[in-house]
Ligand binder design. Structure first.
Ligand code: AMP
Length: 249
């Protein structure tokens, strides 16, 4: 069984994001970039399924600029077998990514696609769902447990008030939640081995996809600066301030 894992290159989650002076977006100049954390979880899950003998091949794919190769090498170091870069300088929106992934699924015929639930840069939470719709296959979002059983995958999802368990026929699309697993760190020997693994490059045209943006960003602004807090001497003053000044109790 083959698994496709889409991995996105995003600004590192430890970096404090700065908005460009002209309000056109986030300033990525010289910013540290990394694999989207939910995609690390997706790679880890695929590797665990392979270690359990349920998966034969893991293909990592990233869509974007040439630098996404670093993200793919990171996925290869974590255990993916080979990688595909869909190379474009166009800023990709979720629908474009979903169409590219659909094109790749038609070529690769994976039984399972494991996406992250959302990319931490655009917070769209759309690509996996759109891909499942385009492929006309089952989807289970926000997976916290995944089990492959014959021709199906059993997925547990955390929902309000409990756990929901779904059974999907393969092929299917899953998106990962934070609690699915704890990704491993890449070891130095695996980082070295990853340099020798196959990394193919395609273009959107190879997959017959028009990636032109459908949405226009009008403005990006910094959140308002929070006012400094105040230290109160005792609880009575706190209660009085909450009642008379803030008027919240
Ligand atoms: P989003 O819908 O943008 O929040 O992204 C959800 C998931 O789709 C991510 O966690 C990735 O697994 C996948 N994805 C989104 N954009 C890309 C991209 N440019 N390349 C590869 N995978 C992507």
């Amino acid at each position: 069984m083959k698994v496709l894992v889409p991995v996105k290159r995003v600004i590192d989650y430890n970096i404090k994001v700065r908005v460009r002076a002209d309000g056109s977006g986030v300033d990525l100049d010289n910013a540290k970039m990394a694999m989207n954390p939910f995609d690390e979880i997706a790679v880890e899950e695929a590797v665990r399924l392979k270690e359990a003998g349920q998966v034969s091949e893991i293909v990592a794919v990233s869509c974007g600029i040439a630098a996404c190769q670093e993200t793919l090498r990171a996925a290869l170091a974590l255990g993916a077998d080979r990688a595909v870069l869909v190379n474009t300088d166009v800023e990709l929106q979720p629908l474009a990514v979903a169409k590219l992934l659909k094109g790749l699924c038609e070529r690769e015929q994976p039984a399972l696609v494991i996406c992250g639930k959302q990319a931490i840069d655009d917070d769209s939470n759309q690509t996996g769902q759109m891909l499942a719709a385009l492929l006309d296959c089952g989807q289970a979002t926000f997976a916290s447990k995944v089990k492959v059983e014959g021709g199906s995958v059993i997925v547990t999802r955390e929902v309000d008030g409990g756990l929901e368990t779904l059974s999907l026929e393969l092929p299917a699309v899953i998106t990962t939640d934070l609690r699915l697993n704890e990704p491993r760190y890449a070891t130095l020997p695996n980082i070295m081995k990853a340099k020798k693994k196959l990394l193919d490059t395609l273009t959107p045209a190879d997959l017959g996809v028009d990636v032109a943006p459908r949405l226009k960003t009008l403005k990006v602004v910094e959140p308002p600066i929070r006012k400094a807090g105040e230290i109160v001497p005792d609880i009575a003053t706190l209660v009085s301030k909450l009642k008379n000044q803030a008027k919240v109790i």
